[in-house]
Design a protein around this ligand. Structure first.
Ligand code: 3H9
Length: 693
């Protein structure tokens, strides 16, 4: 099947790329494009060539699934060289997304027309890469490095209008894109043979260099753990210091090095995992979502208020419901204060704030949920409370309305059993602060209708969330694994590590915060109450709470927070308390290296993840990775816990868990059967096929 169709409009050859779904530049497309350019270029009856595209994207870039496999000719830089050196003008007709290699194709052309809705960008940085087919050399020459560098550094696409302003495209049209490109091609033909504009300095002036170097210094200071920002600086600098072809060679060498870097591999894994979550095992892709025009949220606490804001931010009217007027007044004041903060910071205009607030209707009593297409309960985390609410909602909500609980731990079927419509009841687990955090766990209990799940997924995306379907089970996916890490933290503290050492191991790995600082921020009393309710104990964590040290809100927890400080300091009293606990348990404390702390924190999480997969609570290892990246701050370039485990090797993780299980006598640390099976075969989680959620 050909991926490029060639047609003629008089003297103009029109090459239409058609490689669904997004015209990624796989080997077949590269070969077809090269052939068409050569053929049309050597055909004396052709005066100019237009490169157009069918479908929703112009070209989404290189085919990311080919990365990591042996490269097969023709290579993209060579195809682009053929376009650029073509003796006839070549014009790009850009509609939809022109990203990465897609924009690089357009940059190699002699003219560019964009449709008004087009998006143009070089997002390679987000995959741990830099543009690898001339983007770092051609874009600075075209629009100046001071404008090109920030585009490549952020990876964010620009609109057609902005592209015109930048000089990235020659024209923007609201009409027929191919007709506009043909017209530009004819103008270029009338102007004589195209210049190979790449070789000149373009806009690379001394002033531009100065502006670029200032931006480069700033970027270098912030580049953190990713090597590609530095590579990008080097490549763009080469546009000033080297002739074009040598600049291209420098860029290519840097690109190839980054391609082989495990950090880019992890980010590519995340790219595909984040798309895979849209496919829910066992649910036909043709199932349509129910319409959601109006929502209701029950409970105007921090969580409920945040969820109501998500709806308002997405333009969906929402009723925020409480039991009493004073409670709803408090809730609305809290929401208004958060919006006010955004206005003060300049991230929201007063008008937008007013529009959003106007979309939230405060109400007292569940009766106000009667006209909602979806009701999300965010009340107190107690089964009795939830059952009472759902029982009442059963008689109030309209037929077909989705009834969702925001529970973090509770059994969703038990909640659903309070209604006579279990087909409409599911979990929608938002993360705090709900208006900020991207993750949304959609809990799929037995008996819920497929279209209810599809509706929740579509709604989640509309709310700007990353929705992941999970099975029903205590703590679902994220919190269940978090609990494994919390238990590991407690074990480490008792065995000899100190809170700042545990946290440093995790921040050194790339997390923004360690488990002790995180507990202090969330409030240590939350876990304490939950342990007590379940008849569980954790000697260190319990003792800290018994002393009244609930974390930041009380000025001390695992760390000290004098005068409202946000960053904790070591607390000698806590360290003495921890030593006392070890002594009472008869443990001789020993020191732990950062690496050992890390594996003792993360291996049990991976083990729990394996159990979650075995039980079908998560459909795929990638789903777990997406959850940890979007809800728990796992560093993206580490790819998520299951991807990380694969990079370590499951055999090594099994051996470490076995040693820990033997040392502690803790059965939970014994490797999960799935982990053992994969390790025995020398395989990784990536080798697993999807199971049903
Ligand atoms: C690059 O270009 C390097 C060059 O500088 C140098 C080369 C030498 N490859 O996102 P969607 C698939 S690096 C392979 O759901 P949307 C995607 O997996 C690349 N597959 O659609 C999904 O498959 P499935 C730089 C790709 O409408 C399907 O297409 N480019 C690629 O929400 C639909 O995707 C980028 O980083 C690809 N490049 O958004 C752009 N792109 O249905 C990456 C998509 O089986 N792409 N797929 O799950 C995007 O940002 C979005 O996909 C796009 C469409 C905005 C285009």
């Amino acid at each position: 099947m050909e991926t490029v169709r060639l047609a003629r409009l008089g003297e103009i050859a029109i090459a239409t790329i058609d490689n669904p779904p997004v015209n990624a530049l796989g080997q077949a497309l590269r070969a077809d494009l090269a052939r068409v350019i050569t053929d049309a270029g050597s055909d004396p009856s052709v005066a100019a060539i237009v490169i157009a595209a069918a479908g929703r994207a112009f070209i989404a870039g290189a085919d990311i699934s080919e990365f990591g496999k042996p490269p097969v000719a023709p290579f993209l830089p060579d195809v682009l060289d053929a376009i650029e050196t073509c003796t006839k003008p070549v014009v790009a007709a850009i509609q939809g997304a022109a990203l990465g290699g897609g924009l690089e194709v357009a940059l190699a052309c002699h003219g560019r027309v964009a449709s008004a809705s087009a998006m143009l960008g070089l997002p390679e940085i987000k995959l741990g890469l830099i543009p690898g087919a001339g983007g770092t050399q051609r874009l600075p020459r075209l629009i100046g490095a001071a404008k090109a560098f920030p585009m490549m550094l952020s990876g964010e696409p620009v609109s057609a209008g902005k592209a015109l302003e930048l000089g990235l495209v020659d024209e923007v049209t609201g009409g027929d894109i191919v007709a506009a490109a043909v017209a530009l091609a004819q103008t270029l033909v009338a102007g004589g043979a195209p210049e190979d504009g790449s070789d000149g300095p373009g806009r690379l002036t001394a002033a531009d260099r100065e502006a670029f170097e200032a931006l480069a210094t700033e970027a270098a200071n912030k580049s953190g753990d990713m090597p590609n920002a530095m590579a990008l600086i080097e490549a763009v600098r080469a546009a000033f210091t080297l002739p074009f072809t040598e600049g291209l060679a420098t860029e290519r060498a840097l690109f190839m090095t980054l391609l082989a870097d495990p950090r880019s591999k992890a980010l590519r894994h995340v790219f595909f995992a984040e798309r895979e979550i849209a496919r829910v095992p066992g649910i036909d892709g043709a199932v349509k979502p129910r319409p959601i025009a109006k929502a209701a949220v029950i409970g105007a606490g921090t969580m409920g208020g945040g969820i109501a804001m998500c709806f308002a931010n997405a333009g969906i009217p929402v009723t925020l419901i409480e039991q009493e007027q004073a409670q709803i007044d408090n809730g609305m004041n809290r929401v208004a204060a958060i919006y006010e903060m955004s206005v003060t910071r300049g991230s929201l205009t007063p008008q937008k704030r007013n529009e959003r607030l106007a979309l939230i209707t405060p109400a007292v009593g569940l009766g106000a949920a009667a006209d909602a297409d979806i009701v999300i309960e965010a009340a107190f985390e107690e089964m009795g409370v939830k059952q009472q609410i759902f029982g009442a909602l059963d008689g109030i909500a309209k037929p077909g309305a989705l009834l969702a609980s925001n529970t973090s731990y509770l059994d969703v079927p038990t909640i659903a059993a309070a209604t006579k419509r279990p087909q409409d009841v599911l979990g929608m687990h938002f993360f705090s602060p709900a208006n900020v955090m991207k993750l949304l766990e959609i809990v799929r209990p037995d008996g819920v209708a497929d279209d209810a799940i599809v509706t929740a997924m579509a709604l989640g995306r509309k709310l700007g969330k990353v929705p992941v379907v999970v099975g029903n089970g205590f703590g679902f996916v994220g919190n269940r694994m978090l609990e494994a890490r919390t238990r590991a933290t407690e074990r480490l503290l008792v065995a000899g590590a100190l809170p700042h050492e545990v946290d440093a191991a995790l921040t050194g790995f790339g997390f923004k915060m360690g488990p002790c600082a995180m507990a202090d921020l969330a409030g240590n009393d939350i876990g304490w109450r939950s342990r007590k309710a379940r008849g569980q104990s954790a000697a260190v964590a319990d003792a800290i709470c018994e002393a009244g040290w609930f974390g930041q809100k009380t000025g001390r927890g695992y760390f000290l927070y004098p005068d409202g400080a946000r960053t904790g300091q070591r607390d000698p009293e806590v360290e003495a308390l921890i030593a006392r606990v070890s002594q009472e348990k008869g443990v001789t404390r020993r020191s732990f290296s950062a690496d050992e702390i890390l594996s003792r924190l993360l291996d049990p999480m991976v083990n729990e993840g394996a159990r979650i997969l075995e039980e079908g609570i998560a459909a795929r290892p990638g789903d777990i990775d997406v959850i940890w990246l979007n809800g728990y701050n796992w560093p993206a370039w580490r790819g998520g816990p299951m991807h990380w485990a694969d990079t370590i090797g499951l055999g090594a993780i099994v051996a470490r868990l076995e040693a820990q299980a033997a040392e502690t006598g803790d059965k939970a640390l014994e490797p999960a059967p799935l982990l053992r099976r994969l390790a025995a075969k020398g395989k990784g989680f990536a080798d697993l096929k999807a199971t049903t959620a």
